[in-house]
Design a protein around this ligand. Structure first.
Ligand code: SAM
Ligand code: DTB
Ligand code: SF4
Length: 351
């Protein structure tokens, strides 16, 4: 078995061809890639906290926090640092290894920065990895966050470039790409993905994955969200996506970005255990853990613990920032182990 090449030059046609594989072949291939790069029985666990809720000036049609729609959400000012740290400590006690703080902002203001950087410092001092999602950043803000020790910045592209203006009109795709570039240049790890089931077509799902996979560096973390339909948003009645199409999206993300953590992100509350197991089989190896996402429900932590036990999945201790060389070495060791154990057939046979 040869190592999966890390590519940044995928064409839409190649990606569409992966999506079009018979389901079993696609999953087999994705699982093969997954086993070359990760322990297949480990899943990274993050907990989310909304540090500033609602009244967002952006008009993202999926979002309960946009001030453009009436979703009945109670808005909140930026939380006190002590409250954020207390929530982070509680998440750590429950077993999270990363704490993600989200704000309903278009961008942080100058006045917000000392608060959010202090949150990073204090949450990090608990031994947790830190992630923030605060909207668009300028160069100085990206540097300030990196200097505070922020590990990850989440900034989703959400969908393809072609479908973007159907979903959001208050910013452009290029705005998003610019922030991603600033986050990278400042030295932080990138968390970037999208939402499925927003009425997009299959080219849009391929187009999003093409954008992500053809970035100069793959995002370390790729959240694949299933739309949570919230009453009052323009997307409340959008047609359901075929769940197998969602699983396929995870499988293709796994194949295109072998070293990235692919997160089975929002939408698990509406998925049964079997569907989630299929997503793990397709190569998802990260989840949000804890009863709440930002403003909507997530499965009970107890239920997730039981699901992990039933599937023999262990929470990943910490996300280690492997270089591509280290991955290469880890890969050789993992392959050797697989060969010795005769656990898996050569996925390349099907490729
Ligand atoms: N305001 C910042 C931004 O947009 O980057 C950070 C917070 S925003 C809520 C983070 C991400 O949550 C969005 O980019 C979107 O992908 C996801 N999201 C928001 N509402 C969602 C929904 N109803 N279903 C699934 N994902 C959603
Ligand atoms: C991501 O891709 N999904 C998370 C996180 N990154 C910030 C947010 C999901 C939000 C779902 C709707 C809500 O709870 O408000
Ligand atoms: Fe605001 Fe982010 Fe929601 Fe868009 S996704 S409305 S930017 S909170």
């Amino acid at each position: 078995m040869t190592a999966t090449a890390i590519r940044h030059d995928w064409s839409l046609q190649e990606i569409n061809e992966l999506f079009a594989l018979p389901f079993n072949d696609l999953i087999f291939r994705a699982q093969g890639v997954h086993r070359q790069h990760f322990d297949p029985n480990e899943v990274q666990v993050s907990t989310l906290l909304s540090i500033k809720t609602g009244a967002c000036p952006e008009d993202c049609k999926y979002c309960p926090q946009s001030g453009h729609y009436n979703t009945g959400l109670e808005k909140e000012k930026l939380l006190e640092i002590e409250q954020v740290v207390a929530e982070a400590r509680a998440a750590r006690e429950k077993g999270a290894s990363r704490f993600c703080m989200g704000a309903a902002w278009r961008s942080p203001t100058k006045k917000d920065m000392p608060y959010v950087t202090e949150m990073v410092r204090q949450v990090k001092s608990l031994g947790l990895e830190t992630c923030m999602t605060l909207g668009m950043l300028n160069d100085d803000q990206a540097t300030e966050l990196a200097d505070a020790g922020l590990d990850y910045y989440n900034h989703n592209l959400d969908t393809s470039e072609k479908y973007y203006s159907h979903i959001i009109t208050t910013r452009t795709y290029q705005d998003r790409l610019d922030t991603l570039e600033r986050v990278r240049s400042a030295g932080m790890k990138v968390c970037c993905g999208g939402i499925m089931g927003m009425g997009e077509d299959s080219d849009d799902r391929s187009g999003l994955l093409m954008q992500l996979a053809n970035l100069p560096h793959h995002p370390e973390s790729v959240p694949i969200n299933m739309l949570v339909k919230v009453a009052g948003t323009p997307m409340e009645d959008v047609e359901d996506l075929d769940p197998f199409e969602f699983v396929r999206t995870i499988a293709v993300a796994r194949i295109l970005m072998p070293n990235s953590h692919v997160r089975l992100s929002a939408g698990r509350e509406d998925m049964n255990d079997q569907m989630q197991a299929l997503c793990f089989l397709a190569g998802a190896n990260s989840i949000f853990y804890g009863e709440k996402l930002l403003t909507t429900a997530n499965p009970e932590a107890d239920h997730d613990r039981q699901l992990f036990n039933r599937l023999g999945i262990r929470p990943e201790e910490r996300d280690v920032n492997h270089t591509e060389d280290e991955h290469e070495e880890a890969l050789v060791n993992a392959l050797e182990e697989e060969r010795n154990r005769h656990l898996f057939y050569d996925a390349a046979q099907i490729a």
